[in-house]
Design a protein around this ligand. Structure first.
Ligand code: NAD
Length: 549
């Protein structure tokens, strides 16, 4: 155990340069109690997604980043600093590889064996790559997804509709606010009352109902009045969802964001909240079987709503795969959210672009928000998001912002931010990064690459190339992970973060990284045969050798 961690603020360096101060502050920010779900265990979000392997590793990383030179690179192997090598000023200051296993060994039991032996950790996506910014990070993606659902089925708005989902954790907690931002009503099932109340404190959830009857009464009233409202109810999704189906509650949209990717992080029916972690640790096999059986019941209820005409989708947590393992044959009857709603955006190199103000000053984010509105005056959904985010998003840890930008847009924003640091419009440098859930940085057949047009779902060369490209382009830190989002054995993904410190060198690196990184998304989708990506590549000048005359 250690003292609560909080990133340094202001313009005073604690490391030797901003290129090392930035990863240092972002590592510490990931573990800020305001940001992390279980900071005492180094767990940031997503089940057991950690920022460092153990406290000695955390302290060693901190020490090394404090002294690291501008021609040195720190190597981090699954959360543990293993070496400092001499490189050069364009090289990343930190290279991170998390949770990677040789494919035949890539199973949860083997991973857990190695984890228990102290040899690896689960890095999730932005936990182990130090660019988690709290629930806001997922909010925009969730907002985009529900907006796409509204477009597809409900005439462009969720007003007068009821969405039922579960899970109010680090990511799942974004769901109620994303639904109300689209003017809908949300009922969210969460088994841990503390989690539910935390979301109310952070203004992501409007209220927690005392029981299911009252929750149903409140959401039905709001739906009738077409009044946006989000209500949490404490219970087990595998019990409450079938109950809602049995009672004939009229639900329009059903999804889920419990930590289903890890059967030990999903509470099975009949297990008390207080016994959960002890039981899972002592009897992981038995717990996994029970958890999968419960997920099968959970998904059976989702299928009941599907059969009744509701819009039903898997929200990227492997719930269908686990439910199938638990005996639910029809688990894959409903789609994942990427093929259903997000892939057209990926074809444009669009994805979760985010930045954090190292100053700690919310005024810096307000200034960047204004800059985004000025840079993209014709993008109405983007403008709507930035305005709503400014009004409704409470910062956790260092102030940060996210918005989805595409190829040809991200580098413009990055360069503008760098100019603002140089001119003093921002009081300190910013870091610019993204989720690994992006257009060209992930292979994940149950999520980002589900149902690719050419069947290339499981081809994992793309995230490897992405990490190499960002390393070659000047990113400040680059990470390559396995198993994020959907669990061990099911995904490979890469991340990058680049600091804008106001120098000309930083501008050159930003220009390359923020062009090439989304460029990977365009060329990945051209390669898979998407016409939209072909068009974007042709219009915006992405060179594709196999398309050359
Ligand atoms: P988390 O562990 O912080 O939260 C999960 C929540 O589910 C917890 O609050 C837990 O109490 C609750 N829960 C577990 N079992 C339950 C049950 N049976 N009934 C009701 N509640 C239950 O995880 P998170 O960060 O919120 O992520 C949730 C899932 O979404 C993960 O599987 C993650 O990998 C996935 N994910 C999806 C996306 C996306 O874009 N769609 C992005 C990142 C992560």
């Amino acid at each position: 155990m250690t003292q609560p961690v909080r990133a340094a603020r202001g313009t005073q360096l604690t490391a030797r340069s901003w290129a090392t101060e930035a990863p240092l502050r972002m590592l510490h920010n990931n573990l800020d109690p305001e940001v992390a779900e279980r900071p005492e265990d180094l767990v940031v979000y997503g089940g057991t997604g950690k920022a460092a392997r153990d406290w000695p590793s955390f302290h060693a990383i901190t020490r090394e980043l404090t002294t690291l030179g501008e021609d040195e690179t720190l190597l981090v192997q699954s959360g543990r600093p293993v070496g400092v090598l001499r490189t050069h000023e364009w090289a990343p200051r930190v290279l991170i590889a998390n949770s990677n296993l040789v494919p035949d060994w890539a199973t949860w039991p083997e991973f857990r064996r190695l984890e228990a032996a102290g040899l690896t950790m689960y890095g999730q996506m932005t936990a182990g790559s130090w660019i988690y910014i709290g629930t806001q990070g997922i909010l925009q993606g969730t907002y985009e997804t529900f907006a796409a659902v509204a477009d597809k089925r409900f005439g462009g708005t969720l007003a007068g509709t009821l969405t039922v989902t579960a899970g109010l954790g680090g990511m799942g907690g974004a769901q109620p606010l994303a639904v109300t931002m689209n003017d809908g009503v949300a009922l969210v099932i969460e088994c841990d009352p503390q989690r539910a109340h935390r979301r109310v404190e952070h203004r992501y959830l409007d209220e927690v109902a005392p029981d299911l009857d009252e929750a149903i009464r409140r959401v039905e009233a709001a739906k009738k009045e077409r009044r946006p409202l989000s209500v949490g109810v404490v219970g087990n999704a595998a019990q409450v969802l079938p109950e809602l189906l049995r009672r004939g509650v009229e639900v329009d949209i059903v999804t889920d964001q419990t930590s289903a990717h890890d059967p030990l992080a999903y509470l099975p029916l009949g297990v008390d909240l207080d016994d959960w972690h002890d039981y899972a640790a002592k009897k992981p096999d038995e717990f996994t079987d029970r958890s999968r059986e419960s997920m099968a019941e959970h998904v059976n209820a989702m299928l009941g709503f599907l059969d009744g005409g509701a819009e039903v989708f898997d929200y990227g947590n492997s719930l269908r795969g686990e439910a199938k393992a638990g005996g639910c044959e029809r688990a894959f009857d409903f789609p994942g959210f990427v093929p259903a709603y997000i892939r057209p955006l990926f074809c444009e190199g669009k994805g979760p672009f985010r930045w954090a103000a190292l100053s700690g000053d919310p005024a810096d984010i307000a200034a960047t928000d204004k800059a985004i509105l000025e840079l993209f005056p014709d993008n109405e959904p983007l403008k709507r998001w930035i305005r709503m985010a400014g009004e409704r998003v409470a910062f956790q840890g260092l102030p940060a912002r996210i918005c989805w930008l595409g190829y040809g847009e991200r580098h413009l924003a990055g360069l503008r931010f760098n100019e603002m640091v140089a001119s003093g419009e921002l009081s300190a440098p910013v870091v610019i990064g993204r989720d690994h859930l992006d257009c060209g940085s992930v292979a994940s057949p149950y999520r980002e690459t589900e149902a690719m047009a050419d069947g290339s779902d499981a081809i994992a060369d793309w995230p490897l190339l992405n990490a190499l490209v960002n390393t070659a382009s000047g990113a400040t830190w680059v990470s390559l992970h396995h198993g994020g989002g959907v669990g061990i054995g099911r995904s490979m993904h890469a991340g990058q973060v680049t600091v804008a410190d106001g120098t000309a060198l930083s501008g050159q690196k930003i220009e390359r990284v923020l062009t090439n990184d989304p460029g990977m998304g365009v060329l990945r989708h051209v390669d898979a045969g998407y016409e939209r990506a072909d068009k974007v590549a042709a219009e915006r000048g992405v060179r594709i050798p196999m398309k050359a005359e």
